[in-house]
Structures are given as structure tokens and as C-alpha cells.
Ligand binder design. Structure first.
Ligand code: PTJ
Length: 246
């Protein structure tokens, strides 16, 4: 870990850098994950490094959609595994949903290392990609899924995604909930619900909201009123004002 003093105004952001670097060193995060993280950091800076109202609105809707799902699944890549293993496990527990490793950049042994890392942090089981079940409309390594996990899911939670799989999942009739700091990304636009926030801040709030949801009727009501396009527009408007001192 670097020696960033706790008094540094951007301490948390700099600590997250250490976490993602440690992820690469442990063989969990792809080296490309550092670039993705940097892209996220830039957008986080623009949104004010805080959870904004448009993210809260999406978190409410995401909680509703995940609670109403018959077979929700949490997809885990190398970045989110390194940044928020405990929160991912907690989300799996509150939803009673499996975690499934699914990575874009193929590297020998990385999927196994992510699984072992999640188990070490307390996950009871972690599904792995297989060659038995494949997603349609996609050619990358992300097509390999578990037959009882992403393949069967009606709602997939896919934080920090690259756009291709989100599109494929949607084409297959599945709903996608994502967390992406870039409201202009293909994933952000194609997902059913996009939480424009840092995954590290959004995940605990999502778990809290799921615990608070009182009934299916409340969840259905929240979803009925939700527009992802409107939320993305609010995020863009916020960013365009950010020159005024976020
Ligand atoms: O482990 P792998 O091989 O599956 O690779 C994972 C990455 C993230 C490297 C891969 O999916 C990738 O290349 O993603 P992209 O296309 O760079 O997209 C990542 C998106 O996540 C970008 O829009 C970033 O702005 C956003 N992002 C980065 N860090 C965070 C984030 N969003 C929320 N929280 C973050 N901490």
C-alpha cells in the first residue's frame, strides 16, 4: 500500500487505486482493469465522488427489480472482485442469489483466483463459467456461463461491464442491472437499470434498500415509475454542471 496520508482530500479515491493495484498483483484483476479503473475515476471526479440523487433513484429501482426476479445472478469480474468482495457476498446473501465469475480478458487461472478470493472472503459458493452453456450474440470469453447461473437468470447484476455482453443479455430477454460511472457507455445505455456511481459506494446502499423493501407491490410500483433514460439524462446534466465546483 502507498503512504497516502488520511488527511489527503482525495484519500478514499487514492486508497481505491491501491486496492485495484493489489488486485492486479494478486492475479485477480486484469492489467486492463487499471485502465478501466482510471476511466471510472475520471467520471467519479466529475460526479463529485459522492452518491448523487440520480444514483439513489436507480438503486431503488435496482433493489425492486432484483427482489422481484425469479432467478437473479450476480456476475463478478476482476475489478469488482478486488474492489468490493464483501459487499458482493452480502448482496448474494440478501437476494439469495449466486455469484458467478465472468471475465472478459482471458488469462490462465484468473477465474479460479477470483473464485478462491471470494471464498476466502466468506462466499459459500461461486459459480464458474462452463462450455456447457453459452450466451448467444457474443464471441468473447464472456459467452461461457454456468447453466444454473447467468444462463438461467432472468435478471443479471453486472457491475463495471463492457457493452457487448450487456447487449447480448438484453437480446436474450434478460434484464440487466449495472453500476457504471460513465452514463454514456454502451452498457449504461443498454442496461435496464444503470446506477451511475462508484461500485464501492453503490453496493452497500443497494443491499440496504433490498432489506428495506416491504412488499412486491411496493417494488412493482417503484419499477413502474422508473425511466433509465431519464436517470442517465440527470447524470449527464449533473456532469455538465460539474465545472461549477463539484
Ligand atoms: O476482469 P475482466 O477481464 O472481466 O475485465 C473487467 C474490465 C472492467 C477491465 C472490463 O470489463 C472492461 O474493459 O471494462 P470497460 O469496457 O473499460 O468498462 C468499464 C466501465 O466501468 C467504464 O465505463 C468505467 O467508467 C466504469 N468503471 C470503472 N471503475 C468503476 C466503474 N464504474 C463503477 N465503479 C467503479 N469503481
Amino acid at each position: 500500500m502507498s503512504d497516502v496520508p488520511k488527511t489527503h482530500p482525495r484519500y478514499l479515491s487514492l486508497t481505491l487505486r491501491d486496492t485495484i493495484v493489489a488486485g492486479v498483483e494478486q492475479g485477480i484483476t486484469s492489467i486492463h482493469g487499471l485502465i478501466a479503473h482510471g476511466r471510472g475515476e475520471a467520471f467519479d471526479y466529475l460526479i463529485g465522488e459522492a452518491t448523487q440523487p440520480f444514483a439513489i433513484e436507480a438503486i431503488h429501482a435496482a433493489a425492486a427489480m432484483l427482489c422481484l426476479a425469479e432467478h437473479p445472478v450476480i456476475s463478478v469480474n476482476g475489478n469488482v472482485a478486488a474492489l468490493a468482495p464483501e459487499a458482493l457476498i452480502q448482496l448474494g446473501q440478501v437476494l439469495n442469489a449466486p455469484l458467478e465469475v465472468n471475465i472478459f480478458h482471458t488469462e490462465t487461472g484468473r477465474e479460479q483466483k477470483i473464485r478462491a478470493y471470494l471464498l476466502k472472503h466468506g462466499a459459500s459458493d461461486v459459480l464458474m463459467p462452463t462450455t456447457e452453456a453459452r450466451l448467444s450474440y457474443i464471441d468473447s470469453n464472456r459467452k461461457f456461463v454456468h447453466p444454473d447461473g447467468i444462463f438461467k437468470a432472468d435478471v443479471v447484476f453486472v457491475p463495471l461491464e463492457d457493452g457487448d455482453r450487456c447487449e447480448a443479455l438484453r437480446k436474450m430477454g434478460k434484464d440487466v442491472v449495472t453500476v457504471d460511472l460513465n452514463p454514456m457507455s454502451r452498457t449504461a445505455k443498454q442496461a435496464s437499470i444503470t446506477i451511475v456511481d462508484n461500485v464501492v459506494r453503490a453496493l452497500p446502499l443497494l443491499c440496504e434498500k433490498i432489506r428495506e423493501l416491504s412488499s412486491d407491490a411496493t417494488a412493482q410500483n417503484i419499477l413502474k415509475k422508473y425511466s433509465n433514460a431519464a436517470v442517465l439524462q440527470k447524470a449527464l446534466e449533473h456532469i455538465s454542471r460539474s465545472g461549477n465546483g463539484n
